[in-house]
Design a protein around this ligand. Structure first.
Ligand code: BGC
Length: 281
């Protein structure tokens, strides 16, 4: 089994979350982890230099574990393995553009270039919800889904990924649409429950208003709910009243890591033929 692994199919996915930075080596053909996931707490404040140092440590640990595991693919494979990172912000050409839930020092930071230099390997950077959405569409609840699909990652922030016939439109940032004069995320992210001490029913009522708003504006064919709150869907699905079908993400919290590996793999292929470009194009 292990020897069926092809080095060209392996990439490292990293999910940069509010409380933890998580990563794994992923077989991008199957979406499965190769070895164990590693998690390191997110440094506070989450400034770029500290976060990149943690990611570098995480990559080293994953590769040590990989080399020790006897997959029959040695250090030369480790040296080449690309990394893909989902960051909780809009990103373009490897640069971070916003910072709703991370240190403002990220705004304008050339993340792809700096991570590439720090880790000495090809790094792809994308928005965390886009990256998780790509994984859900390839291997999870969105597999084979045509039409308009909205993937929501409900966690510290509210992330969104918009797909039309399987094609991603990156950086939608629909978590920040205005509802009743407020940034929707303040009320509908999972973090809002503890911040405002909301019961599940209270939270779900606001979330349902938010889904209705997205439905009215974008007329999706499917909503896929991912992120931390997707594990607790029994607590709120009965309060969701939109007409659009709503399903729970199947990759759950691993979608960000798997999607990170997908964009890493794609970027490596583009770099190999001399095209840097956007990971999602
Ligand atoms: C950010 C998005 C991110 C989402 C989930 C939002 O606050 O603006 O870029 O995808 O949180 O982390």
């Amino acid at each position: 089994m292990a020897n069926d692994l092809r080095s060209a199919d392996l990439a490292i996915g990293i999910d940069f979350g509010g409380s933890g930075i998580k990563g794994a080596i992923v077989n991008v053909r199957t979406g499965e982890f190769v070895g164990d996931r590693v998690r390191i707490p997110t440094p506070q404040p989450s400034v770029p230099r500290e976060v990149i140092a943690v990611m570098d440590t995480l990559v080293r640990r994953l590769l040590e574990q990989f080399e020790a595991s006897g997959h029959g693919l040695g250090a030369s494979v480790s040296g080449q393995m690309p990394v893909g990172v989902g960051v909780p912000a809009a990103t373009k050409h490897g640069m971070v553009l916003t910072a709703a839930n991370i240190d403002p020092a990220w705004i304008g930071f050339q993340a792809e270039r700096e991570m590439d230099l720090a880790m000495g390997r090809t790094v792809a950077v994308g928005n965390d919800a886009d990256v998780a959405g790509l994984a859900e569409m390839r291997f999870g609840a969105g597999k084979g889904q045509q039409g308009t699909v909205i993937v929501l990652t409900i966690g510290t922030g509210m992330g969104t990924a918009l797909f039309t016939d399987g094609q991603l439109m990156p950086n939608t940032e629909l978590g920040h649409i205005e509802i009743n004069g407020h940034d929707a995320e303040e009320r509908v992210a999972e973090s809002a429950r503890s911040r405002f001490d909301l019961s599940w029913k209270e939270w779900a009522t606001g979330f349902d208003v938010y889904l209705h708003q997205l439905e009215r504006l974008l007329w999706p064919d499917l909503f896929i709910l991912g992120g931390g709150a997707s594990k607790r869907s029994d607590n709120y699905m009965q309060h969701v009243t939109v007409k659009t079908p709503v399903v729970i993400a199947t990759l759950k919290n691993n979608a960000g890591i798997v999607g990170g590996a997908l964009i890493a793999h794609e970027r490596r292929a583009r770099v190999a033929v001399g095209m840097a470009g956007e990971p999602f194009s």
